[in-house]
Design a protein around this ligand. Structure first.
Ligand code: ADP
Ligand code: MG
Length: 245
């Protein structure tokens, strides 16, 4: 397959030589990552591999020590998180972003803000709310939703910003196997609607369901990339990731 190039618009994200240290710990180490438009990529790796730090660099929570990030061909390395959201790069909000005393509808209104092109036409969001059963909970206080519905609301809040690239860090944490399967199916369908998604997930059932390209991170570097079959049959990956000797 030819390497996607920025000039033909195939590349949505290109991170180059990214490094981020915390004190003596190099959480992300001279990392390169390229995502093609409409790609669905799973990012896996042992605890402490640097997955969340990489997300923080991409969403603007952290500033890199070295390297740069190009989003849709534009250098966004020095932009604030809200500026990246406006450009279409959104990470699923953390739980603290939900206003628990406000209703689902009010939370969505706030997340959508004023920059979105035409909120009424945010078809992905309408589809997501009904698929996840949140459309019947418009008037419910967010704090009263079940754990999984709060997680799903967070994804919908991100969709309200009309992203081109969605970052999901462990979206199924604390979910039952059934809820995990529904989330996986949902993410696949979301991706089919031309949304580029990068998802960190520990749950291999989730990764298997998605079964697209998988990137393995280890000590802040890309250890290997490939299909899930390739990753699972790679002895070195089994050693570092699955703890086999
Ligand atoms: P992962 O998400 O893959 O589990 P993280 O990105 O959270 O990994 O962490 C990578 C390394 O960076 C770990 O050693 C972690 O302890 C360290 N780290 C992450 N965030 C911070 C922080 N804000 N301050 C200090 N150390 C951090
Ligand atoms: Mg993490």
């Amino acid at each position: 397959m030819p390497t996607p190039s920025e000039s033909d618009g195939v590349v949505v994200l290109h991170a180059e030589n990214l490094t981020k240290s915390f004190g003596g710990i190099r959480a992300v180490d001279h990392l390169n990552l390229t995502l093609a438009r409409s790609e669905l990529r799973c990012l896996i790796g042992p605890n402490g591999a640097g997955k969340s730090t990489l997300f923080g660099l991409l969403s603007g929570l952290h500033r890199p020590d070295t390297g740069r990030i190009l989003f849709k061909g534009e250098d966004i390395t020095n932009l604030q998180p809200f500026q990246r959201v406006r450009k279409g790069l959104c990470q699923k909000f953390q739980t603290t972003r939900i206003y628990r005393s406000l209703t689902v509808a009010q939370n969505l209104l706030i997340a959508g803000g004023t920059h979105t092109s035409n909120r009424k036409k945010n078809e992905k969001l309408s589809w997501a709310l009904s698929t996840l059963g949140l459309d019947s909970e418009h008037e419910v206080s967010a704090g009263k939703l079940s754990h999984s519905h709060q997680q799903w609301l967070e994804i919908c809040l991100a969709l309200a910003t009309e992203p081109d690239l969605l970052l999901l860090d462990e979206p199924t944490a604390g979910m039952t196997p059934e809820e995990t399967a529904l989330t996986a199916q949902f993410v696949v369908n979301l991706n089919r609607q031309a949304l580029t998604v990068l998802v960190v997930e520990h749950d291999m059932a989730f990764v298997r369901y998605i079964a697209q390209s998988v990137t393995v991170l280890h000590y802040g570097r890309i250890f290997t990339e490939g299909s899930l079959d390739e990753i699972e049959s790679n002895q070195e990956v089994r050693r570092i990731y699955l703890g086999e000797s």
